[in-house]
Design a protein around this ligand. Structure first.
Ligand code: NAP
Length: 330
C-alpha cells in the first residue's frame, strides 16, 4: 500500500516542486494544502488528481486535521506574504515563527509521521556572530531551534537548507538593467562582487531532494541530542560576479557588471525589499564561502544534496534553468 506525504505550500514554488517530483511515484500518495481550494492553482492540482485540502498555518486545528495519516510532511512557511503587507520585518518574523511552530506542533501530534521535511534557512545572526540579522532567515532559524527542542519531532526532522532560486531574476533587486552608456548590463548589490552566493539551481531541486530522501533515507542516528540533521539543497556556490555573468552569457545579453554599492543606496533603490534582500546579500559576504552555512549549530550534522544517492544525478543547475527560458523580452 502506498504511503501518504502531506505537502504544505502545494500551490507555491517549493510545494509544487515536491508534488512534481513525487506525482508519478506509485509508492506515494500526495495530499496538498491550500487556504483556497477555488484558486486557479489549486484547481489545476485537483484536475491533476492531487488530493487538496483546505488548511491555514494560523489555524493549528486545520493542520492537525490535514496531517492525519501522514507518513511524511513537507513544510514551508512564506515570510514574504506577511512582510509584503508592510507590517515590518519584526512582525513578519513573528508571523512566520508562529506559523512554523503551529506546523511543528501539529506534525509532532501526528502519530503515523516518520519524516518531517522542514524547509529552512540559516540562522544568520548566530552564524555571523551577531553581525547580520536577516529576518526571513532568522525567523526560520528560530523555528529550527523550536523543533530541536521537541524530543518527538526532532528525531523525525530533516532540515532542508535552501539556496537562492535561479528564478529570482524576476524580482527587481536582482533584475539586471541595461546601461546604454556602459554598453552592458549592470546589477547593483550591497556586497563585494567577489563574495559568494549559495545557488539552489531550480526550485524543483527541493522536491527532487525530498523524493530522493524518501527512497534512500538519511541515517537517523548520527547527531547530538539537541542537534539537527541538515541537508544543504544546492548545486554549488558561485562568486556573485560569476553567477550573474553566466546568466548574461546564457541569456545572450553579453557582458554584465555587478556593481558593489553601499547598503543605503540599495535600500534607496528598492525600499523595504532592498533592506530585506540587502541583508541577505550582506550575510553571504560576512559568512564567506568556506563557511557558507557549513555548520549550523552544536551537534548538527550536514550533508550536501549533491552527495545524496537518488538526488545527485537529478539536480538541475541555475544554468540549465536559464537555458530553458526565452530571454528575448527581458
Ligand atoms: N526566493 C528564494 O531564493 C528563496 C530561497 C530559499 C528560501 N526561500 C523561502 O521560500 C519561502 C516561500 O516559498 P515559495 O517560494 O514556495 O512561496 P510561494 O511560491 O509564494 O508560495 C507560498 C505558498 O505558501 C502557502 N501559504 C502561504 N501562507 C499560508 C497560510 N497562512 N496557510 C497555508 N498556506 C499558506 C500558499 O498557499 P495558498 O496561497 O494556496 O494558500 C502557497 O502555496 C519564503 O519563506 C522564502 O524565505 C526563498
Amino acid at each position: 500500500m502506498s504511503k501518504l506525504i502531506v505537502v504544505t505550500g502545494a500551490t507555491g514554488q517549493q510545494g509544487s516542486g515536491v508534488i512534481n517530483a513525487l506525482s508519478a511515484n506509485p509508492d506515494w500518495r500526495i495530499r496538498g494544502l491550500t487556504r483556497n481550494l477555488n484558486s486557479e492553482k489549486a484547481k489545476v492540482l485537483i484536475e491533476r488528481g492531487i488530493e487538496m485540502i483546505a488548511a491555514d498555518f494560523d489555524d493549528e486545528g486545520s493542520l492537525t486535521n490535514a496531517f492525519i495519516g501522514a507518513n511524511a510532511i513537507f513544510a514551508v512557511t512564506d515570510f514574504y506574504e506577511p512582510f509584503g503587507t508592510g507590517i515590518g520585518p519584526e512582525k513578519a518574523m513573528q508571523v512566520e515563527y508562529d506559523r512554523g511552530v503551529k506546523l511543528a506542533r501539529a506534525a509532532a501530534k501526528t502519530l503515523t509521521l516518520e519524516t518531517y521535511y522542514w524547509s529552512t534557512l540559516p540562522a544568520a545572526k548566530d552564524l555571523s556572530n551577531g553581525e547580520v540579522e536577516v529576518p526571513h532567515f532568522d525567523a526560520k532559524g528560530a523555528i529550527d531551534a523550536y523543533i530541536k527542542n521537541d524530543p518527538v519531532l526532532n528525531p523525525k526532522t530533516i532540515f532542508l537548507l535552501t539556496g537562492f532560486y535561479a528564478s529570482n531574476f524576476k524580482y527587481p533587486p536582482f533584475t539586471p538593467i541595461y546601461s546604454k552608456p556602459a554598453g552592458q548590463y549592470i546589477l547593483a548589490l550591497p556586497a563585494k562582487s567577489s563574495s559568494h552566493l549559495p545557488s539552489l539551481g531550480s526550485v524543483n531541486n527541493i522536491g527532487i531532494t525530498v523524493s530522493g530522501l524518501l527512497q534512500h533515507p538519511y541515517p537517523s542516528t548520527a547527531y547530538g541530542p539537541k542537534g539537527g540533521r541538515y541537508v544543504h539543497v544546492t548545486t554549488g556556490k558561485y562568486q556573485i560576479q560569476d553567477y550573474f555573468s553566466k546568466w548574461a552569457e546564457i541569456a545572450g545579453k553579453g557582458k554584465l557588471q555587478v556593481l558593489s554599492v553601499p547598503f543605503e543606496q540599495f535600500e534607496g533603490l528598492h525600499g523595504m525589499w532592498g533592506t530585506e534582500l540587502g541583508l541577505m546579500v550582506k550575510f553571504w559576504e560576512v559568512v564567506g564561502a568556506p563557511r557558507m552555512w557549513g555548520t549550523v549549530g552544536d551537534g548538527d550534522i550536514m550533508v550536501d544534496s549533491r552527495d545524496l544517492e537518488g538526488v545527485r544525478d537529478r539536480l538541475v543547475s541555475a544554468e540549465d534553468v536559464w537555458r530553458q527560458e526565452n530571454w528575448d523580452q527581458f
